[in-house]
Write a protein that binds this ligand. Structure first.
Ligand SMILES: [Zn+2]
Length: 181
């Protein structure tokens, strides 16, 4: 009986092996370049400067996924000193993080994020951003949450000089790695 309880308890622990990762990123705004957020282009006069396409939201989510697996951060895999990633689409980064998760037997259960920007207004684009994230992570739309906040005109973000993003991901670990699809 005791053995049975121990076995059930061990199985239960494996089934309930959840991890949480957090990610944050910030990039400067620059005139005349596309503004990429969550893998889509948002109409605006400025875009985010960076080694890649500067997509702060995808970068924060990559860090949240890697963090949930204790696998370092975006720089571990995509160094900004590597010319290979110059002007690269950040969609590559998030797809890579998702593949690492699959190989290690993790599934992404939920992603919640905040875009911190004075301008432009992101709420009209929430639906499209959520859809883009759900597609990139191969999870249902109901498992992706996107919100936005201003910085109340405080600091560099508040002056409209930069945009930041924060993300939290919930991962579930299975005892055996899942097959890649
Ligand atoms: Zn970044």
């Amino acid at each position: 009986m005791v053995q049975m309880v121990c076995l059930l308890s061990a199985l239960c622990c494996k089934m309930m092996d959840y991890r949480t990762g957090i990610g944050y990123d910030i990039h400067k705004l620059k005139l005349g370049i596309p503004l990429m957020i969550g893998g889509i282009q948002i109409p605006y006069s400025k875009g985010l400067a960076g080694h890649s396409d500067g997509d702060v939201l995808l970068h924060a989510i990559v860090d949240a996924i890697l963090g949930g697996m204790a696998e370092g951060d975006i720089g571990t895999y995509f160094s900004d000193r590597d010319s290979k990633w110059k002007n690269a689409s950040s969609k590559l980064f998030i797809k890579h993080a998702w593949k690492i998760a699959q190989k290690k037997g993790f599934t992404i259960q939920f992603v919640d994020c905040i875009i911190i920007a004075e301008k432009p207004k992101f709420s009209p684009h929430f639906k499209e951003i959520r859809k883009s994230l759900a597609d990139l992570l191969s999870i249902p739309l109901s498992r992706v949450s996107v919100k936005a906040k201003t910085q109340e005109k405080i600091g560099e973000i508040g002056k409209g000089k930069a945009i930041a993003a924060m993300a939290v991901s919930t991962l579930q670990k299975f005892s055996r790695p899942l097959a890649l699809s």
